[in-house]
Write a protein that binds this ligand. Structure first.
Ligand SMILES: Nc1nc2c(ncn2[C@@H]2O[C@H](COP(=O)(O)OP(=O)(O)OP(=O)(O)O)[C@@H](O)[C@H]2O)c(=O)[nH]1
Ligand SMILES: [Mg+2]
Length: 305
């Protein structure tokens, strides 16, 4: 995965490490690097910021011997990428919140929103599985009463991890399903309610209005946007619109395993100010990982050297 971005960094490093760091040369190479980032779905604003960071850092780079350029450049790239990715540790943020709510007898309500096919339903079940691995129980509300097959899909996945699903009929009120699930969680002393919702686009006002209603009625502690890493630059705009409309706390970037470019992983948190809580790394229900910034950077830079 992430081949495109790796190549952009590799090219920059190859060029710069074999030349002396004169200002005009740096400028030319960094400009090429920036265009390559944009071609790999990095948002223009982020590509510009990275280019600026790299230029500034390279200008002030003092390398005593030529042979040490390579290490110094790796360091510069690492610091620059690191500065644009917001990471959050799900255990000290999300899981801790669930635990502290549970200790006062309150289920934590988590609402999942996002575009069609982004990976919401799969991610809901993965998160349920993740919580289970931390010794925390959950109930899933099937508030997608809209798409044919949505209830069966969710039930099938939830069964695989042994989690209960609360559902109504197709065409029913999604907010009412969420309320039922919250009630069931309280009664059974379950720690978390995960609300799966129907996919909607950021331009569909009616569905966004319905999303707002689900949020108002269920009053979630956490709202998670699930986006598709493969959507590249589009995902950044989508998160922004969802954030404006319903307000989100975290991002799950699904399908990172299939992303050959890597632009959305680099851009999405910088452009929205919201951290990536997890990334989806496959279709299996264990394929959910906290975003490991260091590892992402190593992956990106990995093939370079
Ligand atoms: N490779 C890979 N596939 C994924 C990942 N997450 C989800 N998928 C696949 O993406 C497809 C869509 O996933 P869903 O979870 O149904 O997406 P959704 O957002 O609920 O879709 P709608 O409810 O129709 O809006 C399914 O085939 C999933 O198996 C991931 O991290 N990696
Ligand atoms: Mg779904």
């Amino acid at each position: 995965m992430l081949e495109g971005i790796k190549k952009a960094f590799a090219n920059l490093t190859d060029r710069i490490k074999t030349t002396t760091l004169s200002e005009s040369e740096i400028k030319k190479h960094v400009e090429d690097f920036k265009l390559q980032l944009i071609a790999n779905d990095v948002a223009v604003e982020v590509a510009e910021k990275l280019a600026m960071e790299v230029t500034e850092r390279l200008k002030t780079l003092k390398v005593p011997r030529f042979s040490e350029h390579k290490e110094a450049i790796i360091q510069v790239l690492e610091e620059s990428i690191s500065s644009v990715i917001l990471e959050v540790n799900p255990d000290s943020s999300f899981v801790n919140l669930v635990r502290s709510n549970y200790s006062i007898g309150k289920p934590t309500v988590v609402l999942f929103v996002g575009p069609n096919g982004g990976g919401k339903t799969t991610s809901v079940v993965k998160v349920s599985n993740y919580l289970k691995s931390k010794g925390l129980s959950s109930i899933i509300a099937c508030s997608d009463t809209y798409r044919a097959g949505a209830i069966e899909q969710l039930k099938g996945l939830a069964e695989r991890v042994g989690v209960r699903v609360v559902s109504h009929k197709y065409g029913g009120d999604p907010a009412a399903v969420a309320l039922d699930a919250i009630e069931a969680a309280r009664a059974a002393k379950v720690s978390t309610v995960l609300i799966d919702t129907a996919g909607r686009t950021e331009v569909d006002k009616n569905l966004l209005e319905e999303m707002r209603k689900i949020k108002r009625v269920s009053n979630p502690d956490v709202v998670i946007y699930v986006g598709d890493a493969l959507a590249g630059n589009v995902v950044v705009e989508q998160v922004r619109r969802f954030n404006e409309y319903v307000g989100i706390d975290y991002i799950i970037l699904a399908k990172l395993d299939a992303d050959m470019k890597g632009g959305s992983a680099i851009s999405v948190s910088y452009m929205t100010g919201k951290p990536i809580l997890f990334v989806g790394t496959g279709q299996g229900l264990n394929d959910l990982e906290p975003l490991d910034k260091k590892r992402l950077i190593n992956t990106i830079l990995g093939r370079v050297f």
